[in-house]
Design a protein around this ligand. Structure first.
Ligand code: NI
Length: 136
């Protein structure tokens, strides 16, 4: 039998309400079950970060507020700087002020990590995700 650990988590009530609504819709029998699932997803999503080098192919999703001064230019400048690993990109205007940029990347993991780190640090960028498709 697996050892079970108990943890206590503090989080904003609104976040918990949103979580509860989703798990109810998805049919989870308990919060614990849904949290275990969420943690597993989180781990698999971030596992690529453990990969130190080697070629990968993936999609970088970047959400940012273009009303914040300089953010659009910073996102574009980075794409020019990392032109060697960027295959193509697509820009979607989500709302009056929010933008979504999809960037196809292919190249060395170290270089892609560098691009991700630099993108995350741009002020006005609210969400960055890398979805990878690489051979194990
Ligand atoms: Ni836009």
């Amino acid at each position: 039998m697996k050892k079970i650990a108990r943890i206590g988590v503090s989080l904003p009530e609104s976040l918990l309400n949103e979580f509860d609504l989703i798990i109810r819709t998805r049919g989870y029998s308990s919060r614990s079950e849904a949290i275990r699932d969420a943690i597993r997803n989180y781990i698999s999503e971030y596992k690529w970060m453990e990969k130190e080098d080697g070629e990968i192919i993936g999609v970088l999703t970047i959400i940012y507020d273009h009303d914040i001064r300089g953010v659009s230019d910073a996102v574009i400048d980075l794409q020019h700087e990392f032109g060697d690993i960027i295959t193509s990109s697509m820009h979607i205007h989500l709302s009056k002020d929010m933008c979504l940029e999809l960037v196809l990347v292919r190249g060395d993991m170290k270089r892609i990590k560098m691009l991700v780190d630099k993108t995350v640090s741009i002020k006005g960028v609210s969400n960055v995700k890398l979805i990878t498709a690489f051979r194990e």
